[in-house]
Design a binder for this molecule. Sequence first.
Ligand code: APR
Length: 251
Amino acid sequence: MDFAEKIEKCIAVIKKAPAAGAAFTGAGISVESGIPPFRGAGGLWNKVDPSFIELSRFQREPEACWSKIRELFYNHWDKAEPNRAHILLAEMVRAGYIKGIITQNIDCLHQRAGINHDLVHEFHGTLDALVCLKCSAQYKPERELIEQNLPTCPKCGGVLKPDFVFFSEGIPQEAFECSFQLAMNCSWMLVIGTTGEIMPACEIPRQAKLHGATIIEINPEPSALTGSVTDIYLPGKASVVMDAIAKGLDF
Ligand code: APR
């Protein structure tokens, strides 16, 4: 089946589905917004030791870790804009084709593209909140907080941590439950821009498949899901492939 035939097949799956679908996104969907991925071409972990977001190291050396977190995440995050893929996913939600987004991304670009935050399940947390490790107070990542060498809680002086999941930290309970609930109740799942290597997130497309969903994968490179979980693999950049799918939908 060539690319055009695969697109036709996807559109038929989406239009004929007895119920709405879902999307599962990874770092690849934000690459065209200028946010580097973690693995593969231009991957962050090819250049930087990820231990600065290992929880135990953060607790031992918060100032050193914060310096890397500012440089690699916050300093370019607020310049990033949703790209065509985020915008078209939001259109598909508005048109009723998609009932929820599960994202591994912490960049909030799905919400900035106009998807209601209730419909975006942030499996790895978010850059858009800081939490005090001492009193659990939450704050928005305002410049005057994150620009401190060591961001501390205005209430109790405790160390502030960005509210995304560090290595060896658990997945937020509500995001975990809502994500698997959505995966088990969707007719099809668009899997966009993920290596499919990180547990337990990579179990989400597998659960969707086990519960009868058709898995449609968009990625320039095959992933750990392509040969085993994916039903229709669409090679290419997220914005280009999403454009091709959107052309066949009514919105
Ligand atoms: N469009 C679509 N996919 C793309 C694009 C693009 N323009 N550019 C790259 N990709 C694909 C790559 O081929 C790769 O499969 O995006 C994927 C990026 O892989 P990762 O960086 O590993 O991203 P992800 O799978 O989301 O990582 C999962 O790992 O470090 C943790 O918490 C971090 O949430 C992250 C998790």
